[in-house]
Design a protein. Structure first.
Length: 89
């Protein structure tokens, strides 16, 4: 399974056009998977911005506190260069 994931990531990194990347993801991800990724991205972004409490994030974006907790826990273990990158975008 790990080889499949690495192959997927390697292929993603070779796609330069946003349209081509969208088409690629449309092939591999279901609507539900894209919605889950979208929610996770929104949660991570909101947590990094630190403008809202976790409860406010949950209410505003209609996500569960458990999802926010998982995002918060993930942010605690990422490496500093990735966190700085995320803070810039």
């Amino acid at each position: 399974m790990e080889d499949g994931w690495r192959g997927f990531l390697k292929t993603c990194s070779k796609i330069k056009s946003p349209k081509d990347l969208k088409d690629f993801y449309d092939l591999f991800l279901t609507i539900e998977e894209k919605e889950a990724l979208s929610a996770r991205f929104t949660i991570i972004k909101a947590l990094i911005e630190k403008k809202l409490t976790q409860r406010e994030i949950a209410k505003k974006y209609k996500v569960s506190i458990a999802q926010i907790t998982r995002g918060s826990n993930a942010l605690k273990i990422i490496k500093k260069p990735l966190k700085r990158f995320l803070e810039k975008i």
